[in-house]
Write a protein that binds this ligand. Structure first.
Ligand code: UDP
Length: 485
């Protein structure tokens, strides 16, 4: 394969600081390195760079650069993981980033070819303009979720309805695409333009529209509506280059090698132990449960979920954290679950509870995993659907509620069980939805079809590039051509 570009051309990438954004940025950097002959630098805070270095292979030529950043200067705890703290920390990177870009330009005698920044880091457009660099925005989410998220934050349409149940059309979406105020996270529901969320997202998302074009972590074929709405909204070139998953996940003929810990986080259980546990169950029989890297549910919800799981009779693996209101890193207390729940599940081998970081890719790629109860973060959604694993939705924040809506209404590959921390679910709801999703052949068939589309789009079949590979090459060509004008 002929690689476009030359190593004198330099791309600098800067992800938003949440784990769910850093992982796809890292995969994008590796994909770019594979397809283009360019120098690539990824910058972030020292803690994130240290974690990435711990997972970097010897052959990986991506430069990792820590921006001088002291969390105590910005009143942030060192392991800040709440959305508010991450937003604050992201904007605090502006000054050191600008300094780094100026230094790079003077050292290399010319500015870098482009900055690829997260859509949440719209401020890089200011730096880019000042230093005459092209800015590209990258949405680590899907097209539908990205378009809906932008539509809500920039228009705040929920202000114009009278009740939480009154339906309204998302600005920019077709008339049939309706939501209610009750769909929205309470953080968004109370937004009126003067709140902290609006003050961060409105300028950052608007500034991202000043980019040369957008990269989106999806396959065009799986969400045609979302891609169309996003194109209409941005009026910019959109390159759908996803999903940015490890190549082995996209290749049906690949070996069963262990993925292990990609994030450099403290593992709750080794991937080998999980795989062995899964080996003892029949195909599609195990439910996997995880709410991603930042979220958890309320104590009452956790109790009902546990009871529903036990009564459903299905084997499960649950990546479990302390419930809402408690420190996510504190020791797990027995009182958060039904009496002797963990003991019973462990003795009967019915349920495996993972208290720290779970080897999610190894779990989802195992043939015994039959459904994923997920917060519908985009990485989790793509990891699941790429393996044809249907979803049970429990969106909690960000654009997850729109992902969950698309999964159920547009794709037909899952059913929503609950929404947010307020849903009063009972153990019977849990049992009912598990049964619908795990026993329904139609849902499983559709999930397999989506898996096929993802693999086709991201792969190379009979010498013909899939749409995502083609989009990646088109992106690099457009960038090089623009730099020569
Ligand atoms: N993840 C994991 N183990 C865990 C929790 C999360 O490997 O115990 C990974 C998961 O595979 C995914 C990412 O963390 O790649 C979570 O990203 P997502 O977009 O789903 O959700 P977020 O954490 O951003 O809310």
């Amino acid at each position: 394969m002929e690689r476009l570009g030359n190593p004198q051309e330099h791309i600098v990438m800067i992800p938003f600081l949440a784990q769910g954004h850093i992982i796809p940025f890292w995969e994008l950097a590796k994909k770019l390195q594979e397809r283009a002959n360019l120098s690539i630098t990824l910058v972030s805070t020292p803690l994130n760079i240290q974690k990435l270095k711990s997972t970097q292979s010897n052959t990986c030529k991506i430069h990792l650069v820590s921006l001088p950043f002291n969390s105590s200067d910005h009143n942030l705890p060192p392991n800040a993981e709440t959305t508010e703290a991450l937003c604050l920390a992201s904007t605090a990177l502006q000054t050191p980033f600008q300094q780094l870009m100026s230094n790079l330009a003077s050292k290399q005698g010319k500015p870098p070819l482009c900055i690829i920044s997260d859509v949440f880091m719209g401020w890089t457009n200011r730096v880019a303009k000042l230093l005459h660099i092209t800015n590209i925005s990258f949405s680590t989410c899907g097209a539908y979720g990205t378009a809906a998220y932008h539509s809500v934050w920039l228009n705040l349409p929920h202000r114009f309805v009278k009740s939480d149940d009154e339906e309204f059309v998302l600005p920019g979406f077709p008339e049939t695409c309706k939501i209610t105020r009750a769909h929205l996270h309470k953080y968004v529901r109370s937004a009126d333009g003067s709140d902290q969320g609006s003050k961060f997202f409105q300028p950052q998302l608007s500034l991202s529209l000043g980019s040369f074009g957008w990269l989106c972590n999806t396959v065009e074929e799986i969400e045609p509506l979302g891609v169309q709405v996003l194109k209409n909204y941005t009026k910019l070139p959109i390159w759908c280059i996803g999903p940015l998953l490890p190549p082995r996940m996209l290749d049906s003929s690949s070996s069963n090698e262990i993925f292990g810990n990609r994030a450099g986080k403290e593992p709750g259980l080794s991937a080998e132990t999980c795989v062995q546990w899964l080996d003892s169950y029949p195909e599609n029989s195990v439910l996997y449960i995880s709410f991603g890297s930042q979220n958890t549910i309320s104590p009452a919800q956790m109790m009902e979920l546990a009871k529903g799981l036990e009564e459903s009779g299905k084997p499960f693996i649950w990546a479990i954290r302390p419930p809402m209101g408690f420190n996510l890193t504190e020791k797990f207390r027995d009182e958060w679950l039904p009496h002797k729940f963990e003991e019973r599940m462990s003795a009967s081998k019915r349920g495996l509870l993972i208290h720290k970081w779970a080897p999610q890719l190894d779990i989802l790629c195992h043939k015994s995993t039959g459904a994923f109860l997920s917060h519908c973060g985009w990485n989790s959604t793509m990891e699941s659907l790429s393996q044809g694993v249907p979803l049970i939705g429990w969106p909690l924040g960000g654009e997850q509620v729109y992902n969950s809506k698309m999964i159920e209404e547009e794709m037909g590959v899952g059913v929503e069980l609950a929404r947010g921390l307020e849903s009063c679910i009972t153990k019977n709801d849990v049992k009912r939805v598990i049964e619908i999703v795990m026993e329904n052949e139609g849902i499983r068939r559709k999930a397999s079809e989506i898996s096929e589309m993802i693999k086709q789009g991201a792969g190379q079949n009979n010498g013909k590039k899939g749409s995502s590979l083609q989009a990646m090459d088109d992106f690099v060509s457009a960038l090089l051509a623009y730099s020569r004008t």
